[in-house]
Design a protein around this ligand. Sequence first.
Ligand code: TRP
Ligand code: ZN
Length: 485
Amino acid sequence: MDRRWTVSTATVLVVGLVPGVAAAETATARTGSPGAPGIGDTYYPLDGNGGYQVEHYDLDVRYDPATDALSATAAIRAVATQDLSSFNLDFVGLDISELTVDGAAATFERDAGELTVTPAQWLPVDSEFTVTVTYEGVPETIETALGTIAGFIHTDDGALVVGQPDVAATWFPANDHPLDAATFDVALTVPEGLEALSNGELVSTETADGLSTWRWAAAEPMAPYLAVVAIGEFDVRAYEEAGLRYWDAFDPDLFTTPSNPEDPASPTLGEIAEASLARQPEVLDWLAGLGGPYPFVTAGGIVDDSTDLRFALETQTRPIYSPFFFTDQVFGDLVVVHELAHQWFGDDLRLGAWQDIWLNEGFATYAEWLWLEKEGLATAQQVFDDSYATVPADDPFWTVLPGDPGPDALFDGAVYNRGAMTLHALRQVIGDETFFAVVRAWAESQAGDTVSTDEFVALAEELSGRQLDDLFDAWLYTQEKPALG
Ligand code: TRP
Ligand code: ZN
């Protein structure tokens, strides 16, 4: 049914009262237009959507490891940024049994990862609306460009949900791009005896009829890909330090797995992971010296024993770690430093476009170099010199541009290492004092915001009073080994 608005509700009522063609002709049709199927990312044109912004995701998810099946209801509260006749959500696989907008049944169509919703009534710009989707099925696992798996990973005792840039749409309908951050409530219902982790604060756990529900609340807006789930057997440890509430989770099997398979007497993966995570308060305090106060009210980490998980990810307030990082204590500490550095650089400061991924990975890697320096294990200069010296000019490493790696090389080593080298090269040119002032001002002035490389360059130029285009061009955008200044 069309609703025709002219300039005010009163006019519409008048129009409604006047029968016939004349009224329809004089009334300006304002029925909205479809929201764009993508948010405008050059690398991933269909990621995210146009025409609205999400304020809150309320996810009520039930998962049964025995069948790998998930059944869920997602209530998504959003605000229209244009008059909308229809809008898209990103959603992959899973069968929808019911979909409403503001409680009224809406029609929908699906085409690959795009779910197009046509509400019964069009949505005026600036209006708030709630889409509620009920769905079920076995979530898809993602094959990454690196030949590993991500997304919804079915494990021996449960599931892990972890991925970047895509993951959210495999388990809930989302505006799946860091440009649109929202708060989250996640309720996970699992067979009694299993634990279920997510972001933020554990609000309650209750058990009835053989099922346990774990309710988590993430109070600070986050990008959908940063929503994490870990279901299985976990030793969950809640504690408070320096005013911050932590929830850590360790798979108990880690404590029976030696870190060196050749040496049964070596410390277990669990012992090393435990020691690295025990340093979280210290690491956050040290990082606050770099980027200003920790941006969130909760913290912690999740370590599963699944050998399918080959990465760590900076899931907001609660990174998730592959067991492979905890074969060595220094290595373990470094990954914790890396993921916690992302809480500022990547999570609180969010990418406006995936092309600028070096703003996440270069900063988190450089934090590792600074940590090595702080620990007295190597100076950042030494790490830079080593990285520079060991990669010859004709190595393909130098053909990947950290400032424009392309979607297939989004997580190439060059994004991490040449990204970190870029920061070190900047530090050499502008000096320590200005460099650390830039990093701090970057984190503080952009807190809670989306960021771009251009903004970072502009800030560095402003605070240093220098023209830095040549430096950033050479390090971020030239397929050549940069000369040392
Ligand atoms: N951003 C992660 C890190 O550097 C790495 C990563 C990239 C990742 N793609 C992923 C992790 C997919 C899990 C799944 O810490
Ligand atoms: Zn990273």
